[in-house]
Design a protein around this ligand. Sequence first.
Ligand SMILES: Cc1ncc(COP(=O)(O)O)c(C=O)c1O
Length: 419
Amino acid sequence: MTTDIDVTADRRQRSADTELRRRAKAVVPNGMYGHENMNAFPAIPQFIARSRGARLWDVDGNEYVDLMCSWGPVILGHGDPVVDAAAEEQRRQGDCLNGPAPVMVELAETFVETVADADWAMFAKNGTDATTMCCTIARAQTGRTMILVAEGAYHGAAPWCTPFPAGVTAADRANLLQYQFNDVASIRAAVGDRAGDVAAIIVSPFRHDAGYDQEFVDPTFARDVRAYCDEIGAALILDDVRAGFRLHHGGSWEPLGVPVDLTPWSKAIANGYPLAAVTGTDRYRDAAGGIFVTGSFWMGAVDMAAGLATLTELARRDSVSRMRDLGQHLRTGIVASAERWGFDVHYTGPAQMPNLLFGNDSDYELSIAFSAEAQARGVYVHPKHNWFVSAAMTDGDLDMALTGLDGAFAALRARYPRS
Ligand SMILES: Cc1ncc(COP(=O)(O)O)c(C=O)c1O
């Protein structure tokens, strides 16, 4: 296998993107930061000009079928007319006001009606706000300090949970214990004799860590972790920020019949408008009401109107079923293409949030080259992070994705001939 990866496989016009990257480098640290920094994957355009439905156009005018959906938030499709009309109507009434608009109550009522484990709801802006609030509420309720997180799980970018060490102190992480996903024995082992100091255990709906094969939750693990939380008096927090409303219309563990205490939400709940939520059960209501959390823009009424319209439309259109069907077609087509071109692929995760990695590719050489070839053929995918399907995908979008990805496998085979 060659090690000479041609990350410039995108032979489309890229001059506007290159020029913006150059200008950004002068005025934005590193040109861009966080998960949207494409410096590590130069074949992925950094700057996007516009979007509609399941399509994107970069600043050079190249068109893509979008399988990243803004890393999750876009669920009904870019620029969904019903959501945008609801947001526009609220904008006419007012957005950033001295207090919440009536839509906050309607939105909270909708969460309580929709999510089995929700007796109340609170709102914020980012997933990190919501995961952090859940920890604070659990600590306020229990009077304890420790939080258990699964090794490698992402819960946001605050010092307590960012996966990168720069600027983080040992004190920021001092109250965390780590366990292995799907392994309740590892939870017991991590806790040891500190059960009386555990405020909460955070779980992801499934193991969606970037760069790894995704692992479904073992229902026995879900039941056991619930029972263990009850045994030691800790809160069970289900981090539904990434998967919420894509896997199930309600909490992602509802189909398992395993109740949770607190749930952070964000990403898909407002189809791209900035909104996060925390829901919880009555047991945590007073603690939630007793913590001081706020933000200058948290009560933005436009985003809440978009959230209300998004949850309503997701239910009305039965979008979860549509995304599951689309995802299954995608899976079937991609797995067949991989087989045709002789690649050992690991296509894991739920149909609506698939993850494509290659066997024997620990340095991600093949997946980086594959995603570069996909970008060059108008399919926006990421080499290490799970993809997202939106309900806006048409049969034409699906065809464009499958044709482009088949072409990407073919190009990869030309670069890496069968031995
Ligand atoms: C599971 C999970 N939790 C929390 C977060 C943090 O959300 P945000 O980036 O909106 O702060 C993310 C973001 O990707 C996530 O995937």
